[in-house]
Write a protein that binds this ligand. Structure first.
Ligand SMILES: [Zn+2]
Length: 143
């Protein structure tokens, strides 16, 4: 029987002292129980909040570490030269395909001396050099 059912049941009735005390004690216990549950909810909410904060911190750390790792991988794999990244092939020679050092996209070559990245707009001119000459020089000076 719930509290409301009980109240409906005693409506209009004169209640004796024992029933009154039982009723009073029942309501006190409910109030105490609600207080305990409320504290529990607050505690759990604090735990959820601190866990959310911790997850956000770990996600940020993870993103930073991934970025760092990408940078390290790229440094091992690519040589940045005059604003373009040239990839070292598995045979240790450099490819003539330039990559964008900003966004890692493949760069296009216009007229043989302008390299552009369609993805982010990065562009550079090779001045008097040709890409195959640059690559040849990098191959001769691998470090
Ligand atoms: Zn780019």
């Amino acid at each position: 029987m719930g509290a409301l059912d009980f109240l409906k049941d005693i409506q209009g009735k004169v209640i004796d002292s024992d029933t009154y005390q039982l009723l009073e004690r029942n309501f006190q216990m409910r109030a105490e129980n609600n207080q305990i549950l409320s504290e529990k909810v607050n505690l759990l909410q604090q735990t959820v909040d601190s866990q959310k904060k911790r997850i956000a911190e770990l996600e940020e750390d993870n993103a930073n570490l991934k970025g760092l790792l990408d940078g390290i991988k790229r440094d091992e794999e690519f040589r940045i030269y005059k604003g373009m990244a040239l990839k070292k092939k598995s045979n240790g020679k450099f490819s003539e395909q330039p990559y964008c050092p900003n966004c890692n996209s493949v760069m296009g070559i216009i007229e043989g001396f302008i390299a552009t990245c369609e993805a982010c707009g990065h562009a550079l001119t090779l001045d008097n050099e040709r890409l195959h000459e640059i690559v040849k020089r990098l191959d001769e000076n691998p470090e």
